[in-house]
Design a protein. Structure first.
Length: 453
């Protein structure tokens, strides 16, 4: 009788199958891998033969499996062919099993039965499992449920601490998945899962505002040659450590966007965080763009992509913006305060753009603002004016010009006298130029200010 039962179950495992769908999947349960099944339309499966593997550590134990025949009172897949043969005894005359819970009776297949298609078993990275069901055909309610748990697999410590990907495959030599009744088509879907701690990456900018993967961060308008920085915060809302953080860049203007401080790993879950900073230094006027890609051990978002945008503007544009001049009053030749001094001149000579300001620089005296001044000096005409230092990339030029008549101007090309302001300014310097043609008669002088091309 014992041999008769084994033959019957083996035949079930090898039976043909047609027209049913079943999903077999892995589910994490506090570091254990639950092996579950779900028939999509309430079909009944007769057997499952599966290969289960982990990409980290070992499968060291198996539990939560049903044993014995399926009944109306207790449903399940409790006939394990190889283990039945090796561990369960049945009365010869009646076929009654004396002890379903015999030591060693579990769904792990014997390697000896199919050496070329059987995984190594417990204590290794993979096991082959056999689940079969027998029930009284005259009692339809005794058949296994359309969905349920086949077993739970325990993983080694390295897998439970770091997490592991558990995958499934059909075991072809043992029949894969077999439906009931015979002749029913089976279309199985196998779905593995990450088991154990799950690291996740989230990025905020500014702090408290989540960015989406593939989203954007804008640095706004920044004067060419200066810079602006944004601080991003990487969070880990997952349960495992977020590691392997690395940032790469690409895009049209990659050199304009630099990662000036890097994130630190690991980032513990579920509330750990680490900042990093990106600095935007536009090399030219106009729209600038790049992208950063944050790599990590998040299995779902392996690269978190952020598009970076910014606009390079001239120093004059930055000045009008800081002054709050509306767009319709911010042009270089416009005079929004009605004082006769154009915006560009106020920018060039450190005058106040928010109110009427017609101050004139006092010659030979300390001063930090004012229009150019002129006077006789040493027998000739002298011009004295403030100038933005070239190192500040002002985007404008200053040209002193002299003439004997107001209709014919000659650019000054001689040696100018340059001195610092008092107190010393990082932005401004004082310039004195003397007329190259001193002598009696009328001479005219002026200072030409123009935006650089």
């Amino acid at each position: 009788m014992k041999r008769s039962i084994i033959t019957t179950v083996s035949a079930c495992l090898l039976a043909a199958a047609a027209q049913a769908e079943v999903r077999v999947f892995v589910e994490d349960s506090n570091g254990s891998a639950l092996l579950k099944y779900q028939c999509t339309a309430g079909e009944v499966m007769r057997a499952f033969a599966l290969n289960v593997s982990t990409d980290r550590g070992q499968i060291i134990g198996i539990s939560n499996f049903f044993v014995g025949p399926s009944t109306a009172a207790a449903h399940g897949y409790g006939i394990f062919p190889a283990a039945f043969r090796d561990h369960v005894a049945a009365t010869v005359t009646s076929g009654t099993v004396a002890n379903w819970n015999a030591s060693g009776y579990n769904p792990v297949a014997s390697v000896a039965d199919a050496p070329s298609d059987t995984l190594a078993g417990l204590g290794s990275s993979g096991v082959t499992l056999e689940f079969g069901a027998v029930w009284d055909a005259s009692a339809p309610t005794a058949a296994p449920a359309a969905s349920g748990t086949l077993c739970a697999l325990q993983l080694s410590t390295d897998a439970t601490l770091q997490g592991a990907n558990v995958s499934l495959a059909l075991n072809a030599s043992r029949g894969g998945v077999v439906a009931s009744p015979n002749g029913t088509t089976v279309t199985p879907t196998l779905v593995g899962a990450h088991v154990g701690p799950v690291p996740r990456i989230a990025v905020e900018q500014p702090l408290g505002t989540d960015l989406t993967d593939g989203g954007s961060a804008d640095f706004g308008a920044v004067v060419v040659g200066t810079n602006a920085s944004l601080t991003f915060t990487i969070r880990n809302p997952g349960t495992g450590d977020l590691t392997g953080l690395a940032i790469t860049r690409d895009g049209t203007n990659t050199a304009d966007f630099a990662v000036t401080s890097n994130p630190l790993a690991p980032v513990s879950g579920p509330s750990g965080s680490t900042p990093f900073t990106v600095t935007f230094t536009p090399a030219a006027v106009g729209p600038r763009n790049s992208a950063i890609h944050i790599a990590s051990n998040d299995a779902i978002t392996q690269l978190f992509d952020i598009n970076l945008t910014g606009t390079g503007i001239t120093a004059f544009q930055g000045w009008t913006s800081a002054a709050g001049l509306p767009a319709g009053q911010a042009g270089p030749e416009q005079i929004p305060q009605g004082d006769g001094v154009a915006n560009l001149l106020k920018f060039a000579f450190n005058l106040d753009p928010t109110k009427p300001d017609t101050r004139v620089l006092t010659l030979g005296a300390d001063g930090t603002a004012g229009l150019p001044g002129g006077a006789r000096a040493g027998g000739g005409l002298r011009l004295e004016y403030l100038r933005r230092k070239a190192g500040t990339l002002p985007g404008i030029t200053y040209t002193a010009q002299f003439s004997s008549s107001v209709g014919s101007w000659i650019d000054f090309t001689g040696t100018e006298s340059v001195s610092p302001l008092n107190p010393v300014s990082p932005t401004w310097e004082r310039v004195v130029v003397d007329d190259p043609e001193p002598g009696p008669g009328t001479r005219f002088g002026r200072l030409k200010v123009a935006q650089a091309p």
